[in-house]
Design a protein around this ligand. Structure first.
Ligand code: MG
Length: 386
């Protein structure tokens, strides 16, 4: 079998390193031809490049470019956001594990080149949804979600083939509930950064871990599900499931609910997105049924976790409102991580920023980028004036 070529944007992050685990487990099947990262973690990037020997290495930050040239003489080096985005067209599958809004360029480049996009970058669909939808119509351009919930939904939806999406009654996204599940709003008043970063089931980067603690991560995933699967917001529900074993469910029109279960291990959705419509041979996240004694489900607490409702509201408003919310959330989370904003201040800032959205329609990537920039400024103003 000719190996599938893989380009990996965000290679030194959590999704990137786990993608390399999958490639190591299936060496005959996959060959990494491009690696991309910020370039600030030189040692990690050089070690990856020396191991997988890609043709191209792209970095968004040029600070260490001379060192990279010296240590990776066999690789073509590309610099800047365009350099990173160019990876999208470089391989059969592009894994987009870039954190934050910067991932939009990679998404558009991969889809525009008619490649499969294994998408872990949520912001592409949340902020750039309308723009990404247009790029998705390029022949060959397809998205297979790497986010565990959406990957689960993608798997569940196959149960209605060939009738398709008309047979979907609702999508049920599961949420672990994060480290603060069960606490009231009053009990959340003085939680610390360390508290927020102590996720009970998933090991992820700091931004997404904070988003899990506020349930904003789930709110953004609701928008992501709407964009990916074209299901109305009224038919996308969230249920808290602390064990993170049921990764999401689809209820069909006949009342049947199909769920995807596995232990929380991102290598499963990564392998699924690489191999789809086939499956890899290496099992990740296998369940030991002798150890799994219960699966719990409860409704989310909207009062203690108002970010979930803010995301639904932004999604329903559509246009550039999700982009506006997403940008403000990145700023608010960064301020929280820096100690400049209380955890309970995150939804308060977002509420104030949402009130200042100006109704700009999402005509192009440039417009979305401008909306993102302005929302960040508005969020900084709100944080500074608290
Ligand atoms: Mg997720």
């Amino acid at each position: 079998m000719t190996p599938t070529t893989v380009a990996l944007a965000g290679s030194t992050g959590s999704i990137g390193t786990q993608t390399l685990d999958v490639v190591r487990a299936e060496p005959e099947r996959y060959r990494v031809v491009g690696l991309g990262a910020s370039g600030r973690n030189v040692e990690a990037l050089v070690a990856q490049a020396q191991e997988v020997r890609p043709e191209v290495v792209a970095v968004t930050d040029a600070t260490h470019i001379d060192e990279l040239k010296a240590r990776l003489p066999a690789c073509e080096l590309r610099v800047g956001e365009d350099g990173l985005a160019s990876l999208g067209a470089e391989a059969d599958v592009c894994v987009n594990g870039v954190v934050g809004f910067a991932g939009l360029h990679v998404t558009l480049a991969a889809l525009g080149a008619g490649r499969r996009l294994a998408l872990a970058n949520k912001e592409s669909l949340i902020a750039g949804g309308p723009v990404v939808q247009r790029a998705r119509s390029t022949p060959g351009g397809e998205i297979v979600p790497v986010d565990s919930e959406h990957c689960a939904v993608h798997q569940c939806l196959r149960a209605s083939d060939p009738a398709g999406p008309d047979r979907v009654a609702r999508i049920v996204l599961t949420a672990s509930g994060g480290p603060f599940r069960g606490r009231s709003r009053a009990e959340l008043a003085d939680v610390t950064v360390d508290d927020a970063l102590a996720h009970p089931t998933w090991s992820m980067g700091p931004k997404i871990t904070v988003d899990s603690s506020t349930l904003m991560n789930k709110g953004l995933e609701v928008i992501e599900a709407h964009e990916l699967f074209g299901v109305a917001y009224d038919r996308i529900e969230v249920v808290v499931h602390p064990q993170s074993v049921v990764h999401s469910m689809v209820e069909f029109t006949d009342g049947a609910t199909v769920a995807q279960l596995s232990m929380p291990d991102m290598r499963l959705p990564i392998g699924y997105a690489l191999a789809w419509p086939d499956r890899i041979a290496t099992p990740f996240g296998r369940i030991d049924w002798s150890q799994l004694d219960r699966l719990d489900f409860e409704p989310p607490d909207h009062e203690a976790f108002p970010c979930l409702g803010l995301a639904y509201a932004a999604g329903r408003l559509g246009g550039t409102v999700p982009a506006w919310l997403n940008a403000a959330n990145e700023v608010a989370v960064a301020a929280f991580l820096d100690g400049a904003l209380a955890w309970t201040g995150i939804p308060d800032v977002l509420n104030a920023v949402l009130d200042r959205h100006d109704g700009t329609p999402p005509e192009s990537a440039e417009v979305v980028i401008d909306v993102d920039r302005r929302a960040r400024q508005v969020a900084r103003d709100e944080i500074d004036h608290r």
